[in-house]
Design a protein around this ligand. Structure first.
Ligand code: NDP
Length: 516
């Protein structure tokens, strides 16, 4: 009798631009994750055994296939609602830069090191970096390339297979990228995408040998706890409440332009975006005037994948963000903030559109100052001094990114006193594109980093392999004979003397008698 397999339920992906169906993906659930891990485990040893140069070639072929594919950007725009400028000019650009960096740095990051010991002079220790096996990437909905497939590049170049679980809200770009991995002729099973909901993500944490998670603090804690129980490495990049500090002496025009971009980039749905603006009182009037003028000039429209549509903001990707924005706005106004720009849903454009919104007179007790907004709303807070600015900037449970505008040396000194994983002086956001430097959060913004050689090495474990140092091998053999059983008090006497010569004040320090 033939057995029938029940078809998988489908997840329908609706465009936030107009509510149309962009596509459907199977809800593969935990069983789909199990099957993907079986394929990955079979493929991983072959991939790990390739020289770094061949793995790099495969990644470059994948990048080229993505750059040549007309569908990737169209899908990304339609499922996320972000302007094409951000889809192509930020996400795709970033992906290419990560591939370039990882391919050109992997050899250095992964090369064997030799350590020459001080005490064990007769030995040399080789540090051999081995891939973990299969790494799980659990991605958020806001950056379908940047915090999803791009996070697979470092583990892949380090010799791991990768399973990516994108958010159910924006999975289609990732699915296309997995197809392009195959179309580029790269080995099957090495990079796979599994579509599903939270249970699929949870299953990834059960089976992976290492995890990188980007998303909310609450889910990040669950993922990290499980990885802790399983004793596997876990990198988490969670929320941000990034301050944008304007100190006296800052170039106010540049600061205002940067504040507008970093507050409303991708309609505010970015973990490193500006979440709070803190400005010194003497320059506040002028800064606020310029900033609000810039925000009022932003062009909001329905995103389109064509090159003809020039605008600055699209919709939000995740409609719940509009509820958060509306609720924080109401709370701020109730507590005395002044609405000076935006403040309304743009139902004329669609259900997922909200105006870029600014309130002045933000204070520390307001929700928009304390909780992550992650949407098109920002508050400006005035402070009386640099010290007050510092206290306000650090007054948060999160610590991902920070921006300081001011005379460069003063701003740099200020930035060094911030409790943050990353900071940038007299510019915004682009520190995310400095892929040479490790980037991660402090406080509840997460643990671990992406980027830098550190971001490649963390997907390996190091075997310390100690071998005889040939020229001193006879001495090594002699020491080995006397250091082990049977113990000999004469040898202990020598060790005691040597310990004082090497670490103490030499033999001038009197040796006491052996106890007993
Ligand atoms: P989540 O943290 O819940 O989701 C992030 C990813 O984790 C998604 O792929 C999700 O899958 C997956 N996931 C959900 N539950 C589990 C689980 N138990 N184990 C493993 N993976 C799981 O974020 P939300 O999408 O719900 O957004 C909530 C808030 O998080 C936003 O309002 C925003 O404030 C913040 N956020 C921060 C981001 C950042 O860049 N730091 C990015 C996105 C959101 P699925 O979507 O299929 O449920």
């Amino acid at each position: 009798m033939a057995t029938s397999v029940a078809p998988l339920a489908l997840i329908r992906v609706l465009s936030p631009i107009d509510g149309s169906i962009v596509g459907e993906v199977p809800d593969e659930g935990p069983a789909g994750v199990d099957a993907a891990f079986d394929r990955a485990r079979a493929a991983a040893p072959g991939w790990a055994s390739l020289p770094v140069s061949e793995r790099s070639e495969a990644l470059k072929k994948w990048r080229d296939a993505i750059l040549d594919d007309p569908g990737v950007i169209a899908t990304l725009v339609r499922e996320s609602g972000k302007p094409r400028h951000e889809a192509e000019g930020v996400e795709l650009l970033y992906f290419c830069e990560v591939v370039r960096f990882c391919c050109s740095s992997a050899k250095r990051a992964l090369r064997r090191e030799v350590r020459r010991p001080f005490l064990m002079q007769t030995k040399r220790t080789l540090l051999v970096k081995k891939p973990l096996g299969v790494v799980g990437v659990i991605g958020p909905w806001n950056f379908p390339i940047l915090n999803n497939a791009a996070d697979a590049v470092a583990p892949l170049v380090a010799g791991n297979a990768v399973i990516l679980k994108p958010s159910e809200v924006t999975p289609l770009t990732s699915v296309r990228l997995a197809e392009l991995w195959k179309a580029a002729g790269n080995p099957p099973g090495v990079f796979q995408v599994v579509t599903g909901r939270g249970e699929a993500g949870a299953r990834v944490t059960e089976l992976s040998d290492g995890v990188i998670f980007t998303g909310s603090v609450a889910t990040g804690r669950r993922v990290a706890s499980r990885c802790g129980e399983r004793l596997i490495p876990c990198v988490t990049e969670l929320g941000g409440k990034s301050p944008f500090v304007v100190l006296s002496g800052a170039d106010l025009d540049r600061a205002a332009r940067a504040a507008a971009w970093s507050s409303f980039f991708h309609s505010g749905q970015a973990c490193i975006r500006t979440e709070r603006i803190i400005v010194e009182e003497p320059i506040a009037d002028e800064f606020e005037r310029r900033f609000v003028d810039r925000v009022k000039a932003l062009r909001q429209a329905r995103a389109s994948a064509g090159l003809e549509s020039e605008h600055d903001l699209g919709s939000v990707t995740f409609p719940r963000q509009i509820e958060i924005v509306a609720s924080q706005l109401q709370d701020a106004i109730k507590k005395g903030a002044k609405l000076v720009s935006g403040g309304k849903a743009r139902e004329d454009l669609g259900k997922s559109f909200f105006e870029p919104t600014v309130v002045l007179g933000a204070t520390s007790g307001m929700e928009l100052t304390r909780e992550e907004t992650f949407g098109p709303l920002v508050g400006v807070m005035r402070v009386r001094s640099e010290e007050e600015a510092l206290a306000a900037a650090n007054d948060t449970h999160l610590g991902l990114n920070a921006t300081v505008f001011g005379p460069t040396d003063k701003a740099k000194r200020f930035a060094e006193r911030l409790q943050t994983g990353n900071a940038i002086v007299n510019d915004v956001l682009v520190n995310y594109l400095v892929v040479e430097a490790p980037l991660g959060g402090v406080k509840a913004s997460g643990v671990g980093v992406r980027h830098g050689v550190e971001g490649i090495r963390q997907w390996t474990r190091t075997e310390s392999l100690t071998v005889p140092f040939a020229p001193l091998a006879p001495i090594g053999n002699l020491i080995a004979r006397h250091l082990s059983f049977p113990y000999d008090m004469k040898v202990l006497g020598l060790i005691r003397r040597a310990t004082r010569v090497l670490y103490g004040r030499g033999l001038k320090r009197k040796l006491g008698p052996l106890p007993g």
